[in-house]
Design a protein around this ligand. Structure first.
Ligand code: SUG
Length: 448
């Protein structure tokens, strides 16, 4: 049976703004307080989805979340009507209002970890929503994430959903941003590669000194257990703590893999040789031929990687076996990175083409092409069981761009977040969206 890697991209929500909320994420901190353009952000994301669909890749869309999150503000003690809750938060605790308005769910690489059916004990596709508990504004995503994923992948015969791990730092889980799957074919058993930043319980593992390590070894292990992965089908590796301290807050800022290939920076991991040997041996047992492409620091520094987001690219397999890299415009703007990419594609290796996308609105918050997508490997039967309204088509693209044009503002600054009208605009837009994507009631304002 044919199998596919389907990319589900996060649709940018109407409150996209630069809140400076992510300590350790250089772009989020350096663009804090700038005014944003939510309409442009959403259209840039949709343009990428459309382009991939037109290139023949399977493409889906994942809905944004209800923001401002009034229910979250109520949990923090703000009371009264919805408008009063917002007004009081704006007056007494602006950082909490900003956090409750973040459109951060757009970076769906952090929504969940997904294991394809070929890897799991019960032969179903498993999803674990990420608790994202390192940052308050992201820790409030998982309940809605679970409802949205449940509405997209509803058939329990094929799909199993797990609630987020316990919401404590020891189980910090950032989802697929630290998870890569290697395989010969999407429908065959593969090797799931979990990268962690620190261990919560084992002091032998070093930890970064400056910025937080968001993913723990124990969280990765728990997800592997929940999904019923075999020991032979899993490799754990530690991210180099010194790159976390240079702004590599997720592994997908310094490495990307797909199929049999890992594309990574020389400084990305600890004990790299041991890790590569384990990947090679385990993928070999699945009939695969593991290959790695190491980008040397002499050609691209960690700083260049963080600025350009070279590794936050999408590595896509084409039918002829060659690979394509989807990179953000910032890679073209960095001379050394662009030179490296030119030499990579002309070297006769696996990666033959680079396509550049303008995702500046998202990039200014530290979210590149790979952050914006959640990969779900599905066979034909499973793909047919997915809610068809979330699969990208030319008509859906048209409907969604019209929806964005109708509902989104083209400028948003911190003061606008206190506008009670924004809440009404967002709810009207999202109510319409749940009808377009046939999700049913998934948002707190639709349920309570
Ligand atoms: O979690 N930025 C996100 C970016 C996530 C990128 N995802 C991956 N690398 N997979 C984060 O740091 C910034 C929000 C703000 O500052 O307004 C933010 O949440």
């Amino acid at each position: 049976m044919k199998s596919y890697e389907v990319n589900f991209d996060g649709l940018v929500g109407p409150t996209h703004n630069y809140g400076g909320l992510s300590y350790g994420n250089v772009a989020s901190q350096s663009n804090s307080q700038q005014s944003s353009n939510p309409r442009e952000a959403a259209l840039q994301g949709l343009a990428k989805m459309k382009a991939l669909m037109e290139m023949g890749f399977q493409q889906g869309v994942l809905a944004p979340q209800e923001r401002p999150d009034v229910a979250a503000l109520r949990r923090l003690g703000f009371a009264g009507s919805d408008a009063q809750v917002i007004e009081r938060a704006a007056k007494d605790a602006m950082p909490l209002l900003v956090a409750s308005c973040s459109a951060s769910s757009m970076w769906v690489a952090n929504a969940a970890t997904v294991s394809p059916s070929a890897d799991t004990r019960d032969g179903r596709v498993h999803f674990t929503a990420a608790n994202l508990n390192c940052k308050y504004h992201r820790s409030i995503e998982h309940p809605t994430t679970s409802r949205v994923l449940g509405a997209m992948f509803a058939d329990q015969k094929h799909f199993a959903h797990h609630a987020a791990l316990p919401a404590v730092a020891q189980f910090g889980d950032e989802g697929a941003a630290n998870h890569t799957r290697f395989c010969r074919d999407y429908g065959q058993a593969g090797v799931e590669f979990f990268v962690f930043g620190r261990s919560a319980f084992d002091t032998r593992y070093p930890a970064p000194q400056k910025y937080p390590a968001r993913q723990t070894l124990e969280a990765s292990q728990a997800v592997a257990r929940l999904h019923g992965l075999s020991d032979d089908g899993v490799v754990y590796a530690q991210q180099n703590p010194s790159v976390i301290d240079q702004g590599v807050f997720h592994n997908d800022v310094i490495a990307v893999g797909n199929g049999e290939v890992l594309f990574y920076h020389e400084d990305a991991f600890l004990e790299t040789d041991k890790m590569l040997a384990e990947l090679q041996a385990k993928l070999g047992k699945c009939g695969g031929n593991f290959q790695s492409i190491c980008v040397p620091r002499s050609q691209v520094t960690v700083e260049d990687a963080v600025r350009s987001y070279l590794f936050n690219s999408q590595l896509l397999s084409r039918v002829d076996g060659s690979m394509l890299l989807i990179v953000p415009e910032e890679c073209r703007g960095n001379e050394r990175v662009w030179q490296y990419l030119q030499s990579l594609t002309s070297s006769g290796g696996l990666i033959r083409e680079v396509k550049v996308f303008d995702l500046k609105q998202s990039m200014q918050n530290g979210g590149g092409p790979a952050c914006l997508r959640l990969r779900v490997a599905l066979n034909q039967t499973e793909l047919a069981a997915v809610n068809p309204a979330v699969i990208m088509t030319a008509p859906l693209y048209g409907t969604l761009t019209q929806w964005v044009d109708k509902h989104y503002r083209d400028r948003l600054s911190e003061n606008d977040l206190a506008d009670p009208q924004l809440l009404l605009e967002c709810r009207t837009a999202l109510d319409e969206l749940t009808q377009i994507l046939k999700l049913g009631a998934v948002y707190p304002f639709q349920i309570n």
